[in-house]
Design a protein around this ligand. Structure first.
Ligand code: SF4
Length: 282
């Protein structure tokens, strides 16, 4: 097995310390988050990723991040050695839940809502750990790896943070959702992310990545964990991804930020700012 390269802090694939979600020069690199935001609505991308206009975080997003922290603790403990017990995983979740990232405000409607949401994490993580015990894996190749690739096919460097890379170089991403997923729809919805992760892993390892895996943690009354293996992206999907990155690079270079009214406006926090748009980026 070829190990993921040990990377010096300054270069060779590791993302700079900058958080991928907190702005910076949008032409310095493209990430899945930037690309999806841009393709969803360019004006919203401008407010969120360029101007970095902050808003209270949604309870669902905060909950998903805290669950992610519990899973991350578990995977890191398996990768580097550490306490992968149920107690430690749930403690990591609760710590993240009680301490929002960067002091972010969470848009709770009441303290009771926050307490009820917090309590839901424990059974979901227990279901996750039970699924791991049923199908134990070998040691991962990497956990929460921040990778950077400069590929001739892409107009900009590609950056990404991958939840888990299995020993056979399958990138894994965890999704916390409220109902049982339609798996073929989910594969379609996450094509950009899965293609980006494959490109990053293949660039870092020099090996072909055989597949991707989405793992859904479903917050139903009895929590469920549904792993879904997706074939490695085809050449057509890789070419589509490259064209989308090109569209992003050209659109950002031209400050081509305009509204895209549609269903996504229903959960957009920037309707007030958007309503003042009259033909320019600001
Ligand atoms: S309200 Fe709709 S069109 Fe306006 S920025 Fe938000 S998503 Fe885009």
């Amino acid at each position: 097995m070829i190990a993921l390269p040990p990377l010096p802090p300054s270069q060779n694939g590791h993302v700079p310390a900058e958080d991928l979600t907190t702005g910076g020069d949008p032409l310095e690199y493209v990430s899945v988050s930037r690309l999806k935001a841009f393709l969803g609505c360019r004006l919203r991308f401008y407010f969120e990723k360029v101007m970095v206009v902050t808003r209270p975080e949604s309870p669902n997003l905060h909950y998903g991040k805290a669950i992610h922290a519990g899973i991350q603790h578990y995977n890191k403990a398996r990768w580097r050695g550490g306490d992968a017990s149920e107690t430690a995983v749930i403690a990591a979740y609760q710590k993240a839940f009680d301490n929002p990232e960067k002091g972010a405000k969470i848009a709770w409607e009441s303290a009771d809502e926050a307490a009820a949401q917090r309590a839901e994490g424990e059974p979901l993580l227990k279901a996750f750990l039970a699924s791991q015990l049923l199908a134990p894996e070998t040691k991962p190749a990497g956990v929460e790896l921040k990778l950077r690739a400069e590929l001739p096919s892409l107009a900009l460097p590609l950056l990404g943070v991958i939840d888990l890379i299995k020993a056979d170089y399958v990138p894994v991403d965890y999704k916390t959702i409220g109902k049982t997923p339609n798996l073929s729809l989910e594969s379609w919805l996450h094509e950009i992310q899965l293609t980006a992760y494959t490109l990053l892993v293949e660039d870092a390892t020099g090996e072909k990545s055989p597949a991707n895996e989405l793992v859904f943690l479903v917050k139903t009354k009895t929590p469920k964990v549904i792993p879904h293996r997706v074939p490695a992206p085809s050449q057509v999907q890789r070419d589509r991804f490259a064209r989308l990155v090109e569209t992003y690079a050209n659109g950002v270079a031209n400050e081509d930020y305009y509204p895209s009214p549609g269903m996504q406006c229903g959960w957009c926090d920037f309707r007030n700012e958007c309503s003042k748009w009259k033909g320019g980026p600001s």
